[in-house]
Unconditional design. Structure first.
Length: 86
């Protein structure tokens, strides 16, 4: 009983595949498959580049700015306390 249903489904699928090849849908699927891989590769590479650039940006915006402010404060205090010291 179920074997007959499965065989009927397989036959229907085979017929649909043949119709798709005749209509050109098979060609469109091949083109879409050919375009999909480079786009996915580009997406993965750009995701990695984005993560690296965001990590660098976080480093620059946090630590370098904090270091600059601290250096400016130290130099200002040094100038206010030791005015005639070069």
């Amino acid at each position: 009983k179920f074997a007959d249903k499965i065989e009927k489904m397989r036959a229907d699928q085979a017929q649909r595949r043949e119709k798709a090849k005749e209509k050109g849908l098979g060609q469109a699927q091949k083109v879409a498959g050919g375009v999909a891989f480079p786009l996915r590769a580009y997406g993965q590479v750009s995701l990695g580049a984005k993560r690296i650039l965001e990590a660098f940006d976080t480093f620059c915006s946090r630590y370098l700015v904090a270091t600059t402010v601290l250096y400016t404060l130290i130099k200002s205090v040094h100038f206010w306390i030791l005015k005639d010291f070069p």
